[in-house]
Design a protein around this ligand. Structure first.
Ligand SMILES: CC(C)[C@H](C(=O)O)[C@@H](O)C(=O)O
Ligand code: SF4
Length: 469
């Protein structure tokens, strides 16, 4: 019987095993951000311990950094967390992409960008969307602050081996259907718990034909389906993305490491604990209408009615979600009006996302009732976009063009959606209050967000002429 990538990575990383206990796993890369690390560093200091492997630890600041006027920060909470991280990194010898660094950005955008994220690695971070790095064939998952301290101190982590779920997406995607729609469709179909206890391995022709950035979008939202990790076996697309990046070996050493990466991919006869098969041609551009990512519909459909559900529990949660969202049963998705647009977050803020949105926006104007923001995932993405003139396309159309950070994805900084207003957002969570108290989030792809910005309501991107000036 063949082995899956999870079996292989696990076997290579167990450093201690005892019957009836979790395994002790070796961690290859520990990413750190300002929100979940302060107590962990304090813990080390109190116990008089060092960071065991500073060379395998990398920090950035992303969650509450301002995305505008960075030279003069007046948000005291943000400032305090940022200076604390700076002090901790200096004291413990951890490399930091700080606020002034050209490498600063959302932790899940910069890991891959800097070539730190590589196939076969175990990667952790005190952040649930660490699953993003799975796109490279790494076993990557979020950990809590006490575990952050444990990894800092020992470079290991106690973990129970998860079950494996093969999610095969076959066929082809229609024009206008993106990776974001794939994962929203999966969540709309299988719910927010189907992945609980599993690591999801995404495969099939649709996944094979996606770019690395698109694969990251899908792996990113594995956590929204209950799985702590989601991954894709590495292939030529993976190796080509990594070739020439900082932190990736070069020359002959690159060829050698590619051989190791190839060996880590799942065997064709690998067995899984559960298998789900999806037909890619069923997927349409998706829009979330409720308060969790599974409350999502195709753009040309309508919000469900109570009668569409069997159980009282489901009917109740529909009613509650619609009351928070200020929407009604049976309302057409295209009739939902929006006042804000956020193009950003670790789900959709990479260069391909920004390019796709710019294509839609080019030569057009943001609807007069809409405030629209583009927040690149990293300062490097920002720089590439500016070199291509994309910032100008957005600014000319009436968008705000910002510095890198999490921004309106969770509104820990000044980028907030006001109470009761609707936001078309390329992020990953639409929970109550996520983008501000009373804010109403609709999860969509960058193309769909851009089209909504121009129209003031959702429109079917398949019917929009893209790129016409
Ligand atoms: C702040 C952080 C702990 C949190 C997470 O773990 O995901 C955040 O990134 C989020 O997206 O909600
Ligand atoms: S962009 Fe959003 S989802 Fe991603 S790490 Fe930041 S807050 Fe979390």
């Amino acid at each position: 019987m063949g082995k899956s990538i999870v079996d292989k990575i696990w076997a290579e990383h167990v450093v201690h095993r005892e019957e009836g206990k979790p395994d002790l796993l070796y961690i290859d890369l520990h990413l750190v951000h300002e929100v979940t690390s302060p107590q962990a560093f304090s813990g080390l200091r109190m116990k008089n311990r060092k960071v065991r492997r500073p060379d395998k630890t990398f920090a950035t600041m992303d969650h509450n950094v301002p995305t505008i006027n960075r030279t003069q920060i007046d948000d005291q909470v943000a400032l305090n967390q940022m200076t604390t991280l700076e002090k901790n990194c200096l004291e413990f010898g951890v490399e930091l992409a700080g606020i002034d660094s050209p490498e600063q950005g959302i932790v899940h955008v910069i890991g891959p960008e800097l070539g730190l994220t590589q196939p076969g690695k175990t990667i952790v971070c005190g952040d649930s969307h660490t699953s993003t790095h799975g796109a490279f064939g790494a076993l990557a998952f979020g950990i809590g602050t006490s575990e952050v301290e444990h990894v800092l101190a020992t470079q290991t982590l106690w973990q129970t081996k998860p079950k494996t779920l093969k999610l095969e997406i076959n066929g082809e995607l229609a024009k206008g259907v993106t990776a974001k729609d794939v994962i929203l469709y999966v969540l709309a179909t299988y719910g927010i718990r189907f992945g609980t206890g599993y690591v999801i391995e995404y495969c099939g022709d649709v996944i094979k034909n996606l770019s690395m950035e698109e694969r990251m979008t899908i792996c990113n939202m594995s956590i929204e389906g209950g799985a702590r990790a989601g991954l894709v076996s590495p292939d030529e697309t993976t190796f080509e993305y990594l070739r020439g990046r900082k932190n990736v070996p070069t020359g002959e050493q690159f060829d050698q490491v590619v051989q190791q990466w190839k060996a880590i991919a799942s065997d064709s006869d690998a067995e899984y604990d559960k298998v789900i098969v999806v037909d890619g041609s069923d997927i349409a551009p998706m829009v979330s209408w409720g308060t969790n990512p599974s409350m999502t519909a195709k753009v040309d459909a309508s919000i469900p009615r109570q009668n569409d559900y069997q159980t009282e529990l489901e009917k109740d949660s529909l009613v509650r979600a619609l009351s928070y969202m200020g929407l009604s049963e049976g309302q057409r998705i295209e009739d939902i009006k929006i006042q804000h647009v956020f193009i950003g977050s670790c789900t959709n803020s990479r260069i391909e996302d920004i390019r796709a949105a710019a294509e839609v926006v080019k030569g057009k104007q943001v609807h007069p009732q809409v405030r629209a923001l583009v927040v690149p995932g990293s300062q490097q993405v920002k720089k590439i976009a500016e070199a291509e003139g994309l910032d100008k396309i957005f600014v000319d159309a009436g968008f705000e063009w910002r510095d890198a950070g999490c921004s309106m994805c969770l509104s820990m900084n000044a980028d907030v959606v006001p109470n009761g207003e609707h936001c078309a957002s390329t992020s990953n969570r639409n929970f109550e209050g996520r983008q501000g108290a009373g804010a109403r989030t609709h999860l969509v792809s960058p193309q769909m967000a851009a089209a909504a910005a121009l129209n003031g309501h959702f429109v079917d991107i398949r019917k929009v002429t893209v790129g016409a000036v």
